[in-house]
Design a binder for this molecule. Structure first.
Ligand code: C5P
Ligand code: MG
Length: 161
């Protein structure tokens, strides 16, 4: 019988003018975006940590240190695909992914389908196993004041048998 494991991921990035805003591999148009060493894709990073966590393979900074020039401006979906490969090497199959992006503005709901499609394609999952939810922080705290964005992810993996 296959064994199921869970993994949890979280990430935060500062918001800055003139930066791209990548969320799950989709560029969100607007005057501000996320600061970071890579493309600062807060959602891809949370999902990557969730995947690594499910297989107890450490965390994103261990596999992709931000001091390593190889990852400067990196496409975070490539990091995610790499993490998936590591999880598969341990004999696991991904079951599903559920996520929340917490961002005051802009509204993201029109981007839900393209983000789900990008994540599903990267993870080799059917669309119905990839969930993407959005929340504001009700104008409270750094996220609510528009200074940062956060993402949370949980994944289930199972052993192949
Ligand atoms: O945070 P709040 O509960 O007010 O969010 C209401 C709805 O607005 C969410 O369920 C989500 O669908 C949408 N939303 C969005 N983009 C955001 C934040 C929330 O589309 N940045
Ligand atoms: Mg990050």
């Amino acid at each position: 019988m296959s064994e199921v494991r869970m993994g949890l991921g979280w990430d935060v990035h500062r918001i800055a003018p003139g930066r791209p805003m990548m969320i799950g591999g989709v560029a969100i148009p607007g005057p501000f975006g996320f600061e970071g060493h890579s493309d600062a894709d807060v959602l891809a990073h949370a999902v990557t940590d969730a995947l690594l966590g499910a297989a107890a393979l450490g965390d994103i900074g261990m596999h992709f240190p931000d001091t390593d020039a190889r990852w400067k401006g990196a496409d975070s979906l490539q990091l995610l695909a790499h993490a998936l490969g590591l999880v598969r090497e341990q004999g696991f199959t991904l079951v599903n992914v559920d996520t929340t992006v917490i961002l005051e503005r802009p509204k993201l709901k029109d981007f839900r389908l393209p983000i789900r499609q990008k994540l599903a394609a990267t993870l080799g999952l059917p669309l119905e196993r990839v969930s993407v939810k959005f929340k504001t922080a009700e104008q409270v705290g750094p996220v609510g004041e528009g200074r940062s964005a956060e993402a949370q992810a949980i994944v289930a993996i199972r052993t192949r048998d």
